[in-house]
Write a protein that binds this ligand. Structure first.
Ligand code: G6Q
Length: 543
């Protein structure tokens, strides 16, 4: 693929960005009563208002041209067909198969992957029923009250985010917990209140070789066996989610208790697979299917809608516009729903691990910015913290405000207050406060405060609204972001589906661990690492 900055559409967009440099959103809204309507798009139960971004009709037209020149439709179709578009790992990218609710055949290496998908879903359905009904009992004949998912990265963040987001749908008897960090504190604090006789452990690891997960799984097994009557009890209390049958068996989990998935499911795209078992056990299989269906609706929209009204494509192009041509240095995700409090963390992995890449598919260094820094907190907490910088800081930051109309907890006027705050933030970031407005409020003698109280406004925000946060709208929202990230990767020319950056740290941790165990830093370590190791080891020896 030609370098992004050499393409005609990129050059046209850059020239256009220069032409509208002095545009202010306040003036655009004042002069164009249709602006909000023209720049609002809908799909799969989500409404996205793009109008508070620094865009014009011309911008969207040119961005559409960019998408065409970068062959977005072709890449999208190749993904849906199961082609090996993850070229550095020689893999298909088929999370869409996991929620292919119409069962359209998807053939990889002559095999319809839907057969395996359907079989695992069925196995998950049966298991969900057994656990939730209490039919599946622990070693002393009682039903499970606690589920502990042990996994990290893609085998943790999605399930954590979704089980938190869908708490109103959770089974009353069952509490779901997650252990991810190799810091023993995580396992210790989660296990402390639990009773092994009524706890089910889910060991979630695609490779089943991840150091942190295996260490936590072994700790959990030791903790369990310290109370359980015998080794056989493990079969009632440990299940595995993995692609690696051999390693699961070696760990001592009966492979009948293993839920399979495949190498074409990327870790950070895996919550729809067996990795979502903790979700299905928590909210029930029917609502898990509703989650898949919501995602499927978004997939169908992404697959079929023209680029001009295709929500993931539009959000992707807007993100590229803001990051590469409007000088935004980061992107904030601001869910105005407490249940979505782990969404920013989830999206950090989805976006930053997918598009945090510095070379193109051809292995050439990118001369343009790629994946943005993603951060966020649920509203209104962020308003009393980092929103200050978004309003008045020297860095430009684009934001997504995510806003359901109906709360699961309709307490007094809380939800109206929450919505008012979200809307007020996007309005303030758009309008700002000019000199005349500040002067009109300044008390005599407060002239020195003038510039402190002024807001430039003109800061880009997108509002994604929905009727209510449900399994279906959540599924659509996650799929929206997944496809957005994919389209951005296509525009930037990077592989959104590998993660070589995770590897180096893992490799280097091995010799350091060996030396820490031996109590002596190795000579090959750099001076800083060596000194830190020596100091830490010395402290550990002190009484
Ligand atoms: C995700 C990454 C990474 C992965 C974890 C856990 O896309 O590949 O976050 O999910 O490293 O890997 P395992 O599931 O193999 O333990």
């Amino acid at each position: 693929m030609p370098a992004l900055d050499t393409t005609k559409s990129w050059q046209d967009l850059s020239a256009h960005a220069g032409r509208i440099e002095n545009m202010h959103l306040r003036d655009e809204f004042a002069s164009d009563p249709d602006r909000a309507q023209r720049f609002t798009f809908e799909a799969a139960g989500l409404v996205a208002d793009l109008s508070k971004n620094r865009i014009t009709d011309e911008t969207l037209k040119l961005l559409g041209g960019l998408a065409r020149e970068r062959c977005v439709e072709d890449w999208r179709d190749r993904m849906f067909k199961g082609e090996r578009i993850n070229i550095t790992e020689n893999r298909s990218v088929l999370h869409i198969a996991l929620r292919n609710c119409e069962d359209r055949p998807i053939i990889v290496d002559g095999v319809n992957v839907m057969d395996g998908v359907d079989a695992v879903l069925k196995k998950m359905m049966v298991f969900c029923h057994q656990i939730r009904s209490g039919e599946w009992m622990g070693y002393d004949g009682r039903p499970m009250t606690d589920i502990v998912n042990i996994g990290i990265g893609g085998s943790d963040l999605g399930p954590v985010m979704v089980t938190e987001a869908l708490k109103p749908y959770a089974h009353k008897r069952i509490k779901t917990h997650f252990i991810s960090n190799v810091d023993g504190t995580h396992a210790a604090e989660i296990l402390k209140p639990l009773n092994p006789a009524t706890t089910l452990f889910i060991i979630a690891s695609k490779t089943f070789t991840t150091q942190e997960t295996i260490a936590n799984a072994m700790t959990a097994r030791d903790w369990f066996l310290a109370k359980a009557p015998n080794q056989q009890a493990v079969a009632r209390h440990f299940v595995a989610l993995s692609t690696n049958t051999k390693a699961v068996a070696e760990f001592g989990i009966d492979t009948d208790n293993m839920f399979e998935f495949w190498d074409w499911v990327g870790g950070r795209y895996s919550l729809w697979s067996a990795i979502g078992l903790s979700i299905a056990l928590t909210i029930g299989f029917e609502d898990f299917e509703n989650l898949l269906e919501g995602a499927f609706d978004m997939d169908e929209h992404f697959r079929l809608a023209p680029l001009e009204s295709n929500l993931p494509v539009l959000l992707a192009l807007l993100g590229v516009w803001n990051a590469n041509l409007q000088g935004c240095t980061a992107h904030a995700v601001l869910p105005y729903d407490q249940y979505l409090h782990r969404l920013p963390a989830y999206l950090q992995q989805l976006d930053m691990e997918s598009n945090g890449k510095g070379v193109t598919l051809d292995g050439v260094a990118c001369a343009w910015q790629t994946g943005p820094i993603i951060f966020g907190e649920p509203g209104t907490n962020g308003q009393h913290s980092f929103h200050q910088l978004i309003h008045q800081g020297t860095r430009k930051i684009s934001c997504d405000f995510i806003l359901p109309a109906i709360s699961h907890n309709p307490l007094g006027e809380h939800h109206l207050m929450l919505m008012a705050n979200a809307l007020a933030q996007t309005q303030a970031l758009m309008l700002g406060k000019n000199e005349a407005e500040v002067r009109a409020e300044l008390k005599p003698g407060d002239e020195a405060l003038l510039t402190h109280k002024m807001f430039s406004g003109n800061r880009p925000t997108t509002t994604i609204a929905m009727k209510q946060l449900t399994p279906s709208t959540l599924g659509a929202l996650i799929a929206l972001y997944e496809h957005k990230v994919f389209v951005q990767g296509i525009i930037w020319g990077v592989n959104s589906f590998d993660q070589w950056g995770v590897e180096l740290g893992k490799q280097l941790a091995k010799p350091i661990l060996a030396e820490l165990k031996a109590g002596k830093p190795g000579d090959a370590q750099d001076a800083s690492t060596k000194a830190l190791m020596a100091r830490l080891l010395a402290w550990r020896k002190e009484p």
